[in-house]
Design a protein around this ligand. Structure first.
Ligand SMILES: [Zn+2]
Length: 355
């Protein structure tokens, strides 16, 4: 996904042949396929219907930060315009938000950052490079863009145009690869820089994001939820469990807002009056519910644990499906509100909103 400055002669020849034909425009967009868990800057070019799927976001709201070191100064408007171009795509719910400046860099740190540097794998004819941080299921959970500081970056429309290249790289951060279309007007996702025309998304770019979202619709994603079954006042314990959940693919739309069941394990022994078996376990510790949170905000178990810690303090984490004996139901100390179901995760099935 390196963006280069020079156009190969062969590509120019193909471009002329296509425009001379006068054929109706057809789509040539490709998506990034990469099943690696971790940080990547490459992937296979695949079509939207490829059986192996492609990289995509599980949450619709994506916050972006600008590192103003070096040439990053004075680039906020260019970045905001580029973010808006993708946010404004019709029939696609990705919202790319400018979240301010940062000192963060080209690192897996939970923050999406645009920065300028010499290096980061982008030198020579490379103008800019995107990294994706992937989880299971080709879910993008973080991304960064590094601009090559060896070039002079402009905001007045001359080369090299910051907004045009930012718009291109942001396409990569959404899981879109280089297009194979060579007709004019050139799509922003053309592999080679072609001036400030890249600021504007073309039909091919727009179709790429729309197709990606129709393949991985936010509304269709489901997370597993549990319910409170009973409270045993004698022991001060709650029994919680599946109660009709689906631990294999989830049961509740990730667009729903529900509390997270959190637990602070302490290894306390099973109270003598509580009977356990494979389906009814005991987890020593305290449980509690956070305020309701939209499932799409739960982009990873780390993000979910952070919600628990933010509300209850250190030592808390999102509750999980299994217990030391088995799964499905378990008891712990607490007396949680039983007004609604709540998010619980499962560590060996794709039934979480981040899967
Ligand atoms: Zn590129």
């Amino acid at each position: 996904m390196i963006r280069n400055t020079l156009r190969p002669a062969l590509a120019a020849a193909a471009f002329l042949a296509l425009t001379a034909s006068g054929a109706a425009p057809s789509f040539g967009f490709r998506l990034i396929q990469n099943t690696t868990i971790g940080r990547v800057s490459a992937g296979n070019l695949v079509t939207c219907t490829d059986p192996g799927g492609f990289t995509h976001w599980a949450n619709s709201n994506i916050n972006w930060f600008l590192n103003t070191a070096g040439q990053g100064a004075g680039k906020a408007t260019a970045l905001q315009n580029a973010l808006a171009s993708w946010t404004n795509v019709a029939s696609a719910d990705h919202t790319l938000t400018y979240a301010g400046t940062t000192a963060a860099g080209w690192a897996t740190d939970g923050q999406n950052t645009v920065l300028w540097a010499n290096g980061n794998g982008c030198t020579g004819s490379c103008l800019a490079l995107t990294a994706l941080v992937l989880q299971a299921g080709q879910v993008i959970v973080e991304t960064d863009i590094t601009f090559n500081a060896a070039y002079a970056w402009q905001t007045n429309g001359t080369d090299y145009d910051t907004e045009a290249v930012a718009t291109h790289e942001l396409g990569h951060t959404l899981g879109i690869h280089h297009t194979e279309l060579t007709s004019t007007p050139q799509p922003t996702m053309a592999a080679i820089y072609f001036g400030n025309g890249g600021r504007t998304l073309e039909a091919d770019d727009i179709a790429a994001l729309q197709c990606a979202q129709s393949r991985y619709p936010f509304s269709a994603r489901q997370g597993m939820t549990w319910a409170k079954v009973s409270h045993e006042s004698v022991y001060g314990t709650d029994k919680v469990g599946c109660a009709g959940c689906n631990p294999y693919v989830g049961d509740t739309s990730c667009s729903s807002a529900l509390p997270i069941l959190c637990i602070a394990p302490d290894g306390a022994p099973t109270p003598s009056g509580i009977t356990t078996d494979f389906y009814n376990g005991w987890i020593g510790g305290n449980i509690g519910l956070t305020p309701a949170v939209q499932g799409t905000q739960l982009t990873s178990i780390a993000a979910a644990n952070a919600r628990c810690q933010g509300f209850f303090g250190s030592g808390w984490q999102m509750a999980e499906f299994h217990h030391p004996l088995g799964a499905w139901y378990w008891s712990s100390r607490g007396n949680i509100n039983n007004a609604s179901r709540f998010w619980v995760y499962i560590n060996d099935q794709p039934a979480n909103c981040w899967n």
